[in-house]
Design a protein around this ligand. Structure first.
Ligand code: HEC
Ligand SMILES: [Cu+2]
Length: 357
């Protein structure tokens, strides 16, 4: 490359890089603004907050973004200025080396002390939020739920209420007049998993032989979606979470419903017989029957859930039949085996399961 070409090349690539930088910055700003309007669109939008701990995390995230954004603007601004102001010009053919300067205590102090201060501020504000969330005093009105993650589904136990359910967590709304936060004890039956419902709480891992805790204090009723956020095996992607934030009346009704003993519809005795004579009962519990397995979801009130297989498909007779016939069809690698039932047994079993309200 001739010297002139080389200069032109350097100049072009520097400008191109600066333009790219500005473009990326604008895109990210635009992304944050758009996030606001997308709030309603994406069910697991990390910018939409509906619970106390998430608000604090969100404020912290914005604060960190503002500081790092300011650092970016200053650095990119100075860089662009230098690139443009001191670029090689056609007219200037002075190829001598510019004066070299060594050591300036003032400048070195400035670029050491300022970043250290910035990092200290970021560190302290992060630590404050972490401790505020971890040490939040637990009010006596709090609800306790034990969450046990299994390879590809969630078990929820309410020790004080005597309720066991799966995949769909019901919690009461909590407002300033009636604070009723839910305290979650997080455990795992097998490998690492992570509880993540972005609109309600930060991610917390569920680790074998170790209990983690987190809490949520939801301020708006509705359905919140989440996802296992730690790769835990083949069907990690279909290990979805559904959290229903109920009004006090809805929650009381749900609790009452879950505490009813399992139905015993005489019309479906055949299906129950199939259930009890197949291996189903080694893995599943139906309260009031001999089935007390805990490897799979509790089926006592199966019909009270709107989805099966951890949110993979809606809970309806066709899907239940398909699931029993070939679980891999909906959830390849799921740990429920295909039970080799014939068509008649499938019909009887679906009829039986459909009575488990
Ligand atoms: C080896 C243990 C095992 C056996 C045997 C077994 N299951 Fe399952 N079952 C599971 C597991 C594990 C899941 C959860 C799968 C997932 O979501 O990843 C499951 C899920 C289900 C579900 C969906 C529940 C929900 O709320 O998502 C139904 C219904 C079900 N099983 C019914 C049956 C029936 C009926 C039988 C007998 C014909 C049976 N299972 C036999 C382990 C088993
Ligand atoms: Cu998982």
């Amino acid at each position: 490359m001739s010297q002139q070409m080389q200069r032109r090349y350097l100049k072009n690539s520097a400008i191109r890089r600066a333009l790219w930088g500005i473009g990326i910055f604008l895109a990210s700003v635009q992304g944050c603004v758009a996030a606001d309007s997308a709030r309603a669109l994406s069910p697991i939008n990390i910018f939409s907050r509906s619970s106390t701990p998430v608000m604090e995390i969100d404020h912290l995230a914005l604060f960190v973004f503002a500081i790092t954004g300011a650092v970016f603007v200053v650095v990119a601004g100075l860089l662009s200025f230098v690139i443009v102001r001191y670029r090689a010009r056609k007219t200037d053919d002075d190829t001598s080396e510019p004066p070299q300067i060594y050591g300036s205590t003032q400048i070195e102090l400035a670029w050491t002390v300022i970043p250290v201060l910035i990092v200290v501020v970021l560190f302290l504000s992060t630590a404050r939020v972490i401790f505020a969330i971890q040490d939040a005093p637990k009010p006596p009105s709090a609800l306790d739920v034990t969450v046990i993650a299994h390879q590809f589904w969630w078990e929820f136990r309410y020790p004080e209420l005597g309720i066991v359910t799966a995949n769909e967590l019901h919690v009461p709304l909590s407002d300033s007049k009636h604070p009723k936060p839910t305290y979650l004890k997080l455990m795992s039956a097998d490998v690492d998993h992570s509880f993540w419902v972005p609109q309600l709480a930060g991610k917390t891992d569920l680790i074998p032989n170790h209990v983690n805790e987190t809490w949520i204090d939801p301020l708006r009723p509705g359905l919140y979606l989440g996802q296992c956020a730690q790769f835990c095996g083949m069907q990690h992607a279909k290990m979805l979470l559904r959290v229903y934030v109920d009004t006090p009346e809805q929650f009381a009704a749900w609790v009452k419903d879950q505490r009813r003993p399992g139905d015993k519809d005489p019309q479906t005795a055949v299906g129950r017989h199939v259930f009890e004579t197949q291996a189903c009962m080694n893995c599943h519990t139906v309260a009031g029957t001999a089935a007390t397995g805990r490897f799979g979801p509790d089926l006592t009130h199966l019909m009270s859930r709107s989805t099966i297989a951890s949110g993979a498909v809606p809970n309806n007779p066709q899907n239940l039949r398909e699931w029993l016939k070939e679980p891999d069809h909906f959830k390849q690698g799921s740990l429920m085996p295909a039970m080799q039932l014939n068509d008649q047994q499938l019909d009887e079993m679906v009829a039986y399961l459909s009575t488990l309200h």
